[in-house]
Design a binder for this molecule. Structure first.
Ligand SMILES: [Zn+2]
Length: 101
């Protein structure tokens, strides 16, 4: 093997190493993007969990309204103006508006 072809081989190798280095860089970039994407998705997942949990809380609030409705039907005020006092004047618009929320 002559000197000239050895130099050519080394030059080719250097070129390939250079290309691999660039490829490695873009792979690292892609990994970084995937990590960020993964973080974004788990944050989004966490947000949806919170939405679901608050949805359940709202459902419980619905049960609360049902209980208040029963109390109202039994003749008591559930509005903030006269809460807990006996309804003597028939239907109370404040109670009604509270129930219709
Ligand atoms: Zn009332």
């Amino acid at each position: 093997m002559d000197k000239q072809s050895l130099f050519v081989q080394v030059a080719n190798l250097e070129e390939r190493i250079g290309e691999l280095y660039v490829e490695l860089g873009s792979l690292k970039q892609k990994i970084q993007e995937l990590i960020e994407e993964n973080q974004r998705l788990s944050q989004e997942n966490e947000r949806w969990k919170q939405v679901l949990v608050s949805g359940e809380t709202t459902a419980h609030a619905g049960e609360g309204i049902d209980n208040l409705y029963k109390i109202y039907q039994e003749g008591f005020h559930i509005c903030h103006l006269k809460y807990g006092s006996l309804r003597t004047e028939g239907e109370c618009l404040f109670c009604m508006s509270f129930l219709n929320k």
